[in-house]
Design a protein around this ligand. Structure first.
Ligand code: HEM
Length: 526
């Protein structure tokens, strides 16, 4: 955001007074015209509350560097449903768990759209399932395809192994490689940056599902793509001024240049793999998600639940979304987990005691152990809640004129959904800023409290809820338990942990080097 403010300041410095007055007059006229076209509120409904916008920039300055915090503060004044203006565009902000359930579940169809934003048009050549403004039948048919592909190639029972499903085997293998890599780094250097290696292991899991392929930790091609997520997340985050003030799209901006470059690199990487799949495709031997999408497009199957006919590109491009969404979120979750573990050694010890008692040292953790590891599960929930590393869902839009909590909502308004606010709402959580896994346990301390668990907002809700949630939760559990069964992590002597999140689509902490101790020698078998 500072990049944009810098551009505006630079522009003003190079402008004469006459030019400045002329531009101001034009903007003032545009502002007055826009004001006169204000939305008419139907009788019996209320006008959305919200702060007074300034001409041209609206409430942009009030968003600050951390929009999740400023919009949470505003919700205390204006309530769960209020409007701000970014540039000249109105934006609806929703907070409060009950309000989010009302909008996204009970009125789900009315809030399932995506706004047509400048940055979103740059993702996946404008054809992304996640970011494009397709809603209705096209989006629904693509979402069903994504769901089915994940079911077939991830969560279906494994025909050949003892694992409960295909992806379990895949994750356990990658987690084991990761632990070996950490051990090697400890022997060689005594410390390491976990994020750098976790990202490759997590990317390998989704690469296995999508392309039947894995990469080693030093593969330049993969590293070039997976290391772009910070810049991607900064530009695609909710409230990017370039999405709301059209003139900013034409000003020189290093962050927007980087964003375009990232999308191009990402698309090239995926397209290369898709092309290889087309060359070796055999309809009698479907190897992975890409093959199954190619098969679907070649057979020109009409989606069985609708009459919509999707283009080949819109079918095969679904793999871009699955790959893109499938590694950054989980890597960020694991990286935050390691930060909390080194910041709270007593919590790390408690998890390890639980793992020792339930699993022991003779075998590796499995998904079937989850029910017997309530403290570990409570830790994961608390990591999701406390970090709230996806502070807003991806922006939604209203698909029709509607009413929410008595307020009139016009069709097509961009909607920001503040997950961070729900996860830190003092009406829902005792001491919301304290990191305390115990809050998710019943008083007996051995079972999880379902009501508390369901209050955590990190995967969204309703029609647009994350399609990879099941896999995401499995991955975080298996990577974490495999690491913690074998290794104990510490912060380095003298290293200060900086856990302040950097705002973005997914919020990251500053990269941090940790050290680790091997808890017991590696077993030859799982
Ligand atoms: C810890 C891991 C994850 C978190 C926290 C997470 C979170 C989210 C959130 C907040 C959304 C936006 C929901 C909305 O707009 O209302 C989303 C959407 C999505 N996620 Fe995830 N996600 C995770 C893992 C995954 C994985 C592993 C995949 C794929 C394999 C995936 C695929 C998607 C897709 C395709 C969408 C777009 C859905 C749509 O627009 O209809 N996610 N995710």
């Amino acid at each position: 955001m500072t990049d944009w403010i810098g551009s505006i300041a630079g522009l003003m410095a190079n402008t004469t007074i006459t030019e400045f007055l002329l531009v101001s007059t034009v903007f003032a006229i545009v502002f007055l015209v826009l004001r006169s076209e204000r939305v008419k509120i139907p009788p019996g409904t209320k006008k959305l509350p919200g702060p007074m916008p300034y001409p041209i920039i609206g409430n942009l300055l009030s968003l600050s560097k951390n929009p999740h915090l400023s919009l949470t503060r505003m919700s205390k004044t204006y309530g769960d449903v209020f409007q701000i203006q970014i540039g000249t565009k109105p934006v609806l902000v929703l907070s409060g768990l009950e309000t989010l359930k009302q909008a996204l579940i009970r009125q789900g169809d009315e809030f399932a759209g995506r706004p047509d934003l400048f940055t979103f048009r740059l993702v996946g050549d404008g054809k992304s399932l996640t970011f494009s403004s397709d809603s209705g039948e096209v989006w629904r048919a693509r979402r069903r395809l994504a769901h089915n592909a994940l079911k077939t190639f991830a969560t279906s029972p494994s025909p050949t192994s003892s694992s409960s499903c295909l992806v379990e085997e895949n994750i356990i293998t990658e987690a084991e490689y990761l632990v070996r890599k950490f051990k090697q780094l400890i022997d060689e250097k005594g410390e390491f940056d976990p994020y750098r290696y976790v990202v490759v292991s997590v990317a390998n899991v989704i690469c296995g599902m999508c392309f039947g392929k894995r990469y080693n930790h030093d593969d330049e091609e993969l590293l070039n793509v997976v290391n772009l997520t910070d810049e991607f997340g900064a530009a695609a985050a909710s409230g990017n001024p370039a999405d709301f003030i059209p003139i900013l799209q034409y000003l020189p901006s290093s962050s927007m240049k980087a964003f375009k470059e990232i999308n191009r690199k990402f698309l090239d990487f995926i397209q290369k793999l898709v092309k290889e799949h087309y060359k070796t495709f055999d309809k009698n031997h479907i190897r992975d998600i890409t093959d199954s999408l190619i098969q679907h497009s070649q057979e020109k199957r009409v989606d069985e639940n609708s009459n919509v006919q999707l283009s080949n590109q819109k079918i095969v491009n679904i793999v871009n979304d699955l790959f893109g969404a499938g590694f950054d979120t989980i890597t960020t979750a694991l990286s935050w987990s390691l930060m909390y573990l080194v910041a709270h050694p007593n919590i790390q010890e408690k998890i390890q005691d639980e793992l020792d008692q339930v699993i022991g040292r003779e075998r590796r953790p499995r998904l079937s152990d989850r029910a017997q590891l309530p403290y570990t599960e409570a830790f994961i929930l608390e990591m999701f809640r406390h970090s709230s590393f996806v502070p807003f869902t991806i922006p939604h839009s209203s698909t029709t004129d509607t009413v929410l909590n008595g307020y009139f909502i016009p069709k097509g308004i961009c909607v920001l959904i503040n997950q961070w606010q729900v996860n830190h709402d003092p009406n829902l959580w005792k001491d919301p800023f304290k990191f305390c896994p115990e809050r998710f346990l019943n008083t007996d301390g051995t079972t999880l409290n379902k009501i508390e668990m369901e209050k955590v907002m990190i995967f969204g809700l309703g029609k647009r809820r994350c399609v990879g949630e099941v896999i995401g939760r499995m991955e975080v559990f298996l990577f974490l338990t495999t690491m913690l069964q074998q290794m104990q992590f510490f912060k380095q002597d003298g290293e200060k942990l900086d856990m302040s999140p950097q705002y973005g689509l997914t919020m990251k902490h500053k990269r941090c080097h940790v050290t680790a101790k091997i808890r017991f020698p590696l077993l030859a078998t799982h």
